[in-house]
Design a protein around this ligand. Structure first.
Ligand code: SAM
Ligand code: DTB
Ligand code: SF4
Length: 328
C-alpha cells in the first residue's frame, strides 16, 4: 500500500471503527502494519520524558488521578517548580536520549500569573534542543499564543474516554471544555497531543467513541497518547478491572489505522505490563513511549529495562527528525 493510499481521513464513522476493533487480532495487526510500512518506514520508537512541575492539590475531580484534592491518595502537594530545577531535569532527560520533554501541572486551568514562569521554562527547555510539551489544564483566549511564542511545540490535553462515559470519570468540566482548549492550542499553531485512558471500567463502545472523537479533530492530533490506567488507591477508579494487553494492543492498532500520520504513544501503565504485553503494543503500531523512571507521580520502567525491551524486539530509538511520510 502506498503512503498516498493511507491519507488521514476526518470522516471515519463509529461503525467503521467498531468493525476494526472486531477484526481477528492478526488481521487488525496486519492492517496496522501496512500503515506503519507506508507512513513510518523507519519504524523507530520516539522517547518523551515527563516532569510534574506542579504536583497535587488539583480542584478537579478526575476519578483516576492521584493529584485531585477531592481524594485521599497520600500525595503531598507542592508549588510550581523553579525554572533552574526544571532545566536540570530537562538536561538529564536529553542525556537519557529523550527528544521531547513534557511538563505537567495539576491545575484546572492556567492562570495568567503563572504564565511568565511557564513561558520561561518552555524557552529554557527548547534552547536545550528538546521538543517542548506542556499540560496545564484549560486555556483561556490568548494564552496559547504566549506559550507558542515562548517555543511550545505540543499541548497535551486528553479527551480521556468517550463523550458518553466522560461524566462517569469527571464532573468538574465537560467534554466541550476539553475541545475548546484543544481548539485554542491549534489556533495558536501549537501541535496537539491528545488521547485517553483505557481500563477505567469503560466498554469497548467507549473505546470506539474515544478514537472516533480523536479522528474528528481536523487535522488529527499530531500525537495520540494511549494510557492504561495506573490504579491509584483512594481514587474512585482505583479498583477498576485492568485493561488486558490484547485490548490495549487492539486500541493502539485501531489508532494507528485511523490516525496514520500521528505519533501513537504507549503511555502510562507500562510499569504494570509484561515485556510481552508491551511488545504486542509496539508491534500493533505504537511508535512512542514515555521514558524515565517516573511519569508524573507514579513509577515507569527504568532506562535499562527499556533498553532491554528494545533490544529484545530489535527496535531502534527514533531521532527527532523522524516524521510520517507525507502523502503525495
Ligand atoms: N491537569 C491537567 C489536565 O488534566 O489536563 C494536566 C495533567 S493530567 C495528570 C494529564 C493526563 O494524565 C490526564 O488527562 C490523564 O489522561 C492522564 N492520567 C492522569 N492520571 C492517570 C492515571 N492514574 N493513569 C493513567 N493516566 C493518567
Ligand atoms: C498522558 O496522556 N499521559 C501522561 C501525560 N499525558 C501528561 C501522564 C500520565 C500520568 C500517569 C499517572 C501519574 O504518574 O500521575
Ligand atoms: Fe487535576 Fe489533571 Fe489530575 Fe484532573 S487529571 S485531577 S485536572 S491534575
Amino acid at each position: 500500500m502506498t503512503a498516498a493510499a493511507i491519507a488521514p481521513r476526518p470522516d471515519w464513522t463509529r461503525e467503521e471503527i467498531a468493525a476494526l476493533f472486531e477484526l481477528p487480532l492478526p488481521d487488525l495487526m496486519l492492517r496496522a502494519l501496512k500503515v506503519r510500512e507506508a507512513k513510518w518506514p523507519e519504524g523507530r520508537i520516539q522517547k518523551s520524558q515527563l516532569l510534574s512541575i506542579k504536583t497535587g492539590g488539583c480542584p478537579e475531580d478526575c476519578g483516576y488521578c492521584s493529584q485531585s484534592a477531592h481524594f485521599k491518595t497520600g500525595l503531598a502537594a507542592s508549588k510550581l517548580m523553579e525554572v533552574d530545577a526544571v532545566l536540570a531535569e530537562a538536561r538529564q532527560a536529553k542525556a537519557n536520549g529523550a527528544d521531547r520533554f513534557c511538563m505537567g501541572a495539576a491545575w484546572r486551568s492556567l492562570k495568567d500569573r503563572d504564565l511568565p514562569k511557564v513561558c520561561e521554562m518552555i524557552s529554557a527547555v527548547k534552547a536545550e534542543g528538546l521538543e517542548t510539551c506542556v499540560t496545564l489544564g484549560m486555556l483561556e483566549e490568548g494564552q496559547a499564543e504566549k506559550l507558542k511564542d515562548a517555543g511550545l511545540d505540543y499541548y497535551n490535553h486528553n479527551l480521556d474516554t468517550s463523550r458518553e462515559y466522560y461524566g462517569k470519570v469527571t464532573s468538574t468540566r465537560t467534554y466541550e471544555d476539553r475541545i475548546e482548549t484543544l481548539d485554542r492550542a491549534r489556533k495558536a499553531g501549537v501541535s496537539l497531543c491528545c488521547g485517553g485512558i483505557l481500563g477505567m471500567g469503560e466498554s469497548r463502545a467507549d473505546r470506539v467513541g474515544l478514537i472516533h472523537e480523536l479522528s474528528m479533530i481536523t487535522p488529527h492530533p499530531e500525537s495520540v497518547t494511549i494510557n492504561a490506567l495506573v490504579p491509584i488507591a483512594g481514587t474512585p477508579l482505583g479498583k477498576s478491572e485492568p485493561i488486558t494487553a490484547v485490548e490495549l494492543a487492539r486500541a493502539i492498532a485501531v489508532a494507528r489505522i485511523v490516525m496514520p500520520a500521528s505519533w501513537v504513544r504507549l503511555s502510562a501503565g507500562r510499569e504494570n505490563m509484561t515485556e510481552e504485553g508491551q511488545a504486542l503494543c509496539l508491534a500493533a503500531g505504537a511508535n512512542s513511549i514515555f521514558v524515565g523512571a517516573r511519569l508524573l507521580t507514579t513509577a515507569n520502567p527504568e532506562a535499562n529495562e527499556d533498553e532491554q525491551l528494545l533490544d529484545t524486539l530489535g527496535l531502534e530509538w527514533g531521532p527527532r527528525s523522524d516524521k510520517p511520510v507525507v502523502n503525495a
